[in-house]
Design a protein around this ligand. Sequence first.
Ligand SMILES: Cc1cc2nc3c(=O)[nH]c(=O)nc-3n(C[C@H](O)[C@H](O)[C@H](O)COP(=O)(O)OP(=O)(O)OC[C@H]3O[C@@H](n4cnc5c(N)ncnc54)[C@H](O)[C@@H]3O)c2cc1C
Ligand code: FES
Length: 247
Amino acid sequence: MNKLFKSKIISNEALTEEIYLLSLEFPESIETKPGQFCILRLNERLDPLLGRPFSIFDHVPGEIKFLYRVKGKGTKILSQLKKDQLTIIGPFGKWYPFPQGDFIVIAGGIGLASVYYLIKKFPKKAHLFYGVRNENEILFYEELKEFAKHVYISTEKETSYTYRGVVTELFKEKGKNLSLPIYACGPMVMIKELKKIVNEAQPCYVATEERMACGVGACLGCVIATKQGFKRVCTDGPVFEIKELLL
Ligand SMILES: Cc1cc2nc3c(=O)[nH]c(=O)nc-3n(C[C@H](O)[C@H](O)[C@H](O)COP(=O)(O)OP(=O)(O)OC[C@H]3O[C@@H](n4cnc5c(N)ncnc54)[C@H](O)[C@@H]3O)c2cc1C
Ligand code: FES
C-alpha cells in the first residue's frame, strides 16, 4: 500500500558534480521492496508542480535513500535542498521477484539506484556488472564489493580494476555462461542491447523509466509497449520481464 506524507531531509550530499544521495526520514511502519519507487514532491512550490519518481536506493528502519542525477528543473531544485521537508508518495510499483540463489545484476550508470537495495538485501549472491563512463563515476565501490559476490566494472578507458568498453560487452565476455536470472537497470540503449543477448530460457527483469504524472495508473502518461499491449510503468511496472517488452 502506498501513502502520502511529509518527511524531513536527513542529508542531501553531492557524490559527483551531478549525482546526489538524498536521505529522508521514513515511517518504520511502511515496508518497501527492491525495484519499487517513490514520488518526491517539493513542498509549497507550484513549479515544478508534479512530483518526480525515484527508485528506492536503500531503506533501513526510519530512513530511506534515493540516488539521483540532476537532469532538469526538478532535480536541480532538489539538489539545493538541505534541511527542508519533502512530500513522499509511495512506495509504488512491482518489485524485482526475489532471487532464490545467485543472480546477475547489470547496472548502467545511475541505473545502480534501482539495483543496489536488491544486492544489499541478498548479500554475496549477486554477480554485478556495472558500467560507467569513467572512474570518478564509480559509486559505492567498497559497499558493492562487500555485498556482491563478484563485481565487474566497465569504463570507457581501461584502468587497473576496470574493463574497457560498455557493460553489455563485459557481460558477454564474463557473464554470458552463467545460467542465472538477470536483474537490470540502465539507459534504454543498454536494455535494447541486453534484449539481443539474453537467451530465451534465462529470466531477465528490467526496471524501466518513463516520464510520469499521476503515478497511480490513472493518466496513462507513462505507458510502454509490450506483447500484451501498452502497459503503465507506474502500476504494471517499473519492473518487467525483458522478453515481454517491444523495444
Ligand atoms: C520509476 C522511475 C524511477 C526512477 N528512478 C530514478 C533514480 O533512482 N535516480 C534518478 O536519477 N532518476 C530516476 N528516474 C528519472 C527521474 O525521475 C527523472 O530524471 C526526473 O524526473 C527528471 O526531473 P527534472 O525535473 O529534473 O527534469 P525535467 O525538467 O522534467 O526533464 C529534464 C530532462 O530529463 C528528461 N527526463 C525526465 N524524466 C525522465 C525519465 N523518467 N527518463 C528519462 N529521461 C527523463 C526529459 O526528457 C528532459 O530531457 C526514475 C524515473 C522513473 C519513471
Ligand atoms: S503516471 Fe499516470 S498512469 Fe502512470
